[in-house]
Design a protein around this ligand. Structure first.
Ligand code: GLN
Length: 246
């Protein structure tokens, strides 16, 4: 099998180690004998159905977000991403990327940036910097996710869930979406948005495998169960983080 990872704006949106998620997805698929290709999909690139089996969209500062927001709308890539998610293609978006997949992101001084309306959320920049380690308890149905998720957050944007939005989890330690409602992230079909940098996936291997399995299932039209790996190091890092920060 082959997995094509669509790295959305990887040249612009990759702060706080988010590229580590691409490395984790690539290695965990290759360790199971899956061929992997990573495609950077950025400003001016076209995107059509089937171009990628899984999308990753990292974080970025306001300046990059302005450029990317304009391209998402004008190039119709936003519409293409949305229709791919509607047919089940998995996606992981972190922080700045997550914010641009909602209704809008309103920076402190600049005008509102229109979003893709994939997640029923909206984000407003605040004067509060929400920074630090974060631990959440997943409340949405992600098969095989048996424990908390751990990461690192650094954002001023407060994200609010609109009616019908499903949060990814409940905050055990940290701020989460807004620091106000104890929710973190949002999940819609097989798409996940959240504020968990870190990188998120190396310390949460079950989530990495869930994304890979979903991508291969949609692509090949059959159930996929990846063989287990020796995740003792990953699980040790995960447990240490949970113990230290929750
Ligand atoms: N500029 C956005 C904020 O501060 C996103 C930052 C990020 O991606 N870490 O909320």
């Amino acid at each position: 099998m082959k997995l094509v990872i669509g790295y959305l704006y990887g040249d612009l949106m990759n702060i706080y180690g988010d590229t580590g998620n691409i490395i984790a997805l690539k290695k965990r698929a290759q360790w199971r004998g899956v061929e992997v290709e990573v495609r950077n999909i950025s400003i001016g690139d076209r995107l059509k159905a089937g171009d990628a089996d899984l999308f990753f969209f990292g974080g970025g500062q306001n300046q990059q977000q302005e450029l990317v927001s304009r391209d998402l709308v004008l190039s119709l890539k936003g519409k293409a991403i949305k229709s791919e998610v509607e047919r089940g293609v998995p996606l992981l978006a972190i922080c700045g990327g997550y914010q641009l997949l909602g209704e809008y992101y309103k920076p402190q001084k600049e005008p509102k940036l229109p979003g893709v309306n994939l997640f029923p959320i909206y984000t407003v920049a605040s004067h509060q910097r929400m920074i630090g380690n974060i631990v959440i308890r997943p409340i949405s149905d992600i098969r095989n996710l048996t424990s908390e998720l751990v990461g690192f957050e650094n954002h001023s944007g407060k994200t609010f869930l609109k009616d019908g939005a499903k949060p990814l989890g409940k905050v055990v330690k940290g701020f989460g979406n807004s620091g106000e409602d104890k929710t973190e992230g949002c999940i819609y079909k097989n798409a996940i948005g959240c504020y968990m940098h870190g990188s998120l996936l190396p310390k949460n291997p079950e989530l990495a495998d869930w994304l890979i399995e979903k991508a291969l299932e949609v692509k090949y039209g059959k159930e996929v169960k990846l063989k287990s790996l020796d995740d003792s190091l990953e699980n040790l890092a995960h447990q240490k983080a949970v113990q230290r920060f929750s």
